[in-house]
Design a protein around this ligand. Structure first.
Ligand code: 5GP
Ligand code: ZN
Length: 114
């Protein structure tokens, strides 16, 4: 738990969020500023600052984040397509330094991303 981390505060229940899934290891909730009709964030309950901070010991956890994200995408009716995104570092658009997987869908998407 990081005192300053907004996602650690959501895990602790100190900041409200629309929770979609929770177990011992991961939490999923709606993004406060959705960039698509469905915009879910899936986070680990341990504070990891971002993708580059993952260690070998986190491999199963990382797989679980992706699997949770795809299950929630299915539950949201996104079988036609959805996007999973992880930003690493400010230059890539990371603004919250607690690892999170974005699950985006419900509208057509273009490539390359901005
Ligand atoms: P990043 O830019 O770091 O990849 O993504 C951070 C995401 O967290 C953004 O999409 C932003 O809208 C979302 N976010 C930031 N603060 C909060 C919050 O307090 N609650 C929720 N639900 N989402 C947040
Ligand atoms: Zn945190």
């Amino acid at each position: 738990m990081s005192q300053e981390c907004i996602f650690c505060k959501i895990i602790a229940g100190d900041i409200p969020a629309k929770l979609l899934y929770e177990d011992d290891e991961v939490l999923a909730f709606n993004d406060i500023s959705p960039q698509a009709p469905t915009h879910i964030l899936v986070i680990p309950k341990t504070h990891i600052s971002g993708p580059a901070a993952l260690t070998d010991a986190d491999q199963a956890l990382m797989g679980k984040l992706v699997k949770t994200g795809t299950t929630l995408a299915e539950q949201a009716g996104l079988q036609d397509g959805f996007r999973l995104v992880m930003n690493n570092g400010e230059r890539a658009g990371q603004t919250v330094f607690h690892l999170h997987l974005h699950v985006l869908g419900g509208r057509p998407m273009t490539w390359p991303p901005g």
